[in-house]
Design a protein around this ligand. Sequence first.
Ligand SMILES: [Zn+2]
Length: 418
Amino acid sequence: MKLNDEILSFLQKDALKRFLEYIKIDTTSDENTGTFPSTEKQFNLGKILAKELKELGFQNVVLDEFCYVYGDLPATKGLEKKQAIGLVAHMDTSPAESGKNIEPIIHKNYDGKPIKYPKNADLILTPKESPELEQFIGMDIITASGDTLLGSDDKAGIAGIMTAAAAWQKYPELPHGPITVCFTPDEEIGQGTTKIQMDRLPKFCYTLDGGEMGELETECFDAWKAEITFKGVSVHPGYSKNLMINAIEIASRFVSQIPEAETPQNTENREGFYHLYKMEGDCVTAKTTFILRDFDKKKNEKRMTYLTKLKETFEERYPGLKIETEFSHSYENMIVYLKEHPEVIAKAAEAIKQSDLVLKETLIRGGTDGARLSARGIPTPNLFAGGLLFHSLKEYIPVPALQKSAQVVINLANNWAQ
Ligand SMILES: [Zn+2]
């Protein structure tokens, strides 16, 4: 669908205004509280979004006790029977950097030079860290001030959805079927769908939580956790010949058997890995925790077989040593579910192209809320939100990405309403 200049300029202004409003609100999540939501302050944004959805004509708007915001937008007259779709974005920002008192800077007409930060003299952003910067020469770019992240992950996604909603209200000629919006807390700590009400969501959803303009992510990791516990025997070290079984020492020999080529620092694109992220213990007991990641589940299964064989070898080499292995599945590659519904991907790909963007169908080397929703029966690919260098002090977003995000949502809804 071709949008006229008036609508495009509305999208640009409205999306920027909303984005700057939403990033003012501190919504950092915290993986150590164990509560739902993990931080009370996420309600501050939830309340604003619920109020705005009502003003934009949404019905059944709720902000529930776990800080999920839901709202339904009735279809354009005559399109009530069309397939409903869901639009999902997360309200929290990563605990990796502060999200408090974010002071955005708009670098007008970016000239390609290194970007400096007023609140952090040591920080500098150049195309070396982010080669995409060169594509944005001549555009306005937003960064934070050097002491916080920016919050484009995922407030740019929220702004894209809310701006599309504002356009549907202001320009009733933009057709859409029934739309459900859901804003989630705690995505950054892996809890974004823990308390979600599945029956509040339509059959198909889209998250707006990806990277640069034009991206459509249809694949994510198949993800496992492997916990390996070593149980040894402690004896006075002066009298321990042939008796002591030093659990932590043996554990360190064990982890040195992991193929070095299959670690995060040595892999990219479709390559999977073992990542040792925790090791603790003493002579009696030691515990190592790995995450296993791949796009192909069979390759992760091979890694688990390797660890199991290694366990057997070590138990044989050190009689009396006990090793326990525990594998748990964290999430699955969403392509397994999405490929059964090719129309979900096709309509999104079309919407991106209709918005005058180059489509980049890609994979995400991580997980998304959509991966978990897909596995639970709601196919949910991930659309770009527009920001780059997420979770860091150098996070930035080109201003046109905000407009494009809203434009893609409008085209997507139109495609489903045909
Ligand atoms: Zn995100």
